[in-house]
Write a protein that binds this ligand. Structure first.
Ligand code: BT5
Length: 326
């Protein structure tokens, strides 16, 4: 991918300016034939590159390491950045290569062929139109505090996305815009015996996905930021913003153990709190009033059948409205 990524970098850094094949060839010190050939292949792989005669430009900026680094203001989160054209799953890649990855390193992919959600579910990540990101953490976090990282990540996404939209959170890991899902978080751990080898925080965001590229069965509950805001998103700006907010919350969390800075955002932006939902696990389906999120990151609910208030910590369940997703 490196030559093709060089083309993507040049077009992204120039965006919204229109370049010519001559410009690109001389900038990349390559023949025009080679540039034409690579651009054609990228177009065949659905990357949003438009050409007209000698002119060439992007419909919207694509993931690009130099473009991220230009705006990255963190100390260690997002350093270094790896960008791949296509992986089965950035989380699987990070877990398989964990020994070689350092604390704060991120893995990005333009496309995933077997993106994962929770409980073996699938996550679709169309080429060049979505962000698939895995962040590697190698710090000693007590096991029972790991679920808080999902909330910390969700709050960081809310802050990062507020440059474009007022998004909501559906506990524990869904990011919602106009009642549809635009992003999801999957936190995974890797152990070596009893000791924690590392944590992989996976984030999938539908940035510039066209509604037509969302699978049929997800049409009613999934959307992209571009579709809802009718405008393109610069994924590099979004990644840099996310990493900065994540680092701020994470450093404070490790230092003071304070969870309120991010949990207060999770509560304020919750689509669930104050409403009634069905809580569905493998065995049963129970109606509950959703009260709040407690300091451990658990969801506090009052079940209607018993009138008992309990804290849900397991994320191995679904929360659904009467006939709706949110
Ligand atoms: C999630 O799971 O929402 C976690 C998604 C995490 C994806 C990232 S991408 C980078 C990293 N590498 C990976 O392999 N994974 C992570 P869950 O709450 O279980 O939601 C999965 C459900 O969301 C699916 O069963 C679908 O119903 C729906 N879904 C699948 N793809 C979607 C998409 N692109 N947009 C919105 N909803 C989607």
């Amino acid at each position: 991918m490196t030559f093709k990524q060089d083309i993507i970098d040049a077009l992204t850094l120039a965006y919204p300016q229109i370049l010519t094949f001559e410009n690109l060839a001389s900038e990349l010190m390559a023949s025009q034939e080679r540039v034409v050939q690579s651009v054609t292949e990228l177009q065949e792989q659905n990357y949003p590159i438009s050409t007209q005669g000698r002119d060439i430009h992007l419909a919207y900026p694509l993931l690009s390491v130099p473009a991220i680094l230009k705006q990255l203001e963190t100390d260690f989160i997002g350093k270094p950045v790896q960008l791949h054209a296509r992986l089965d799953s950035t989380n699987s890649y990070a877990k398989e290569n964990l020994t070689d990855l350092i604390n704060g390193e991120i893995i990005l992919a333009h496309e995933q062929t077997a993106g994962k959600g929770r409980l073996g579910r699938n996550w679709t990540s169309p080429a060049g139109a979505s962000i698939s990101l895995s962040l590697v953490l190698k710090s000693d976090i007590p096991f029972e505090r790991i679920p808080l990282l999902t909330q910390l990540t969700a709050a960081s996404l809310v802050k990062a996305l507020d440059a474009w939209a007022d998004v909501k959170i559906k506990w524990p890991n869904d990011i919602i815009l106009n009642n549809k899902k635009i992003a999801g978080v999957l936190v995974e751990t890797e152990f070596s015996g009893r000791s924690l080898k590392g944590i992989v925080i996976g984030i999938g965001i539908n940035t510039n996905v066209d509604q037509m590229d969302i699978p049929e069965d997800l049409q009613s509950k999934a959307t992209s930021i571009r579709e809802e805001k009718a405008g393109e998103i610069d994924p590099n700006k979004l990644v840099a913003r996310f990493l900065k907010h994540f680092e701020n919350f994470y450093v404070a969390f490790l230092g003071s153990q304070h969870t309120e800075p991010f949990l207060s955002i999770c509560r304020e932006q919750s689509v669930l709190i104050g409403k009634d939902y069905w809580i569905i696990d493998k065995e049963q389906k129970r109606k509950a009033s959703i009260r709040t999120i407690d300091p451990t990151g658990g969801l506090v609910v009052t079940y209607h059948d018993t009138n008992k208030t309990e804290v849900i910590t397991s994320t191995d369940l679904s929360i659904r409205g009467e006939h709706t997703y949110v």
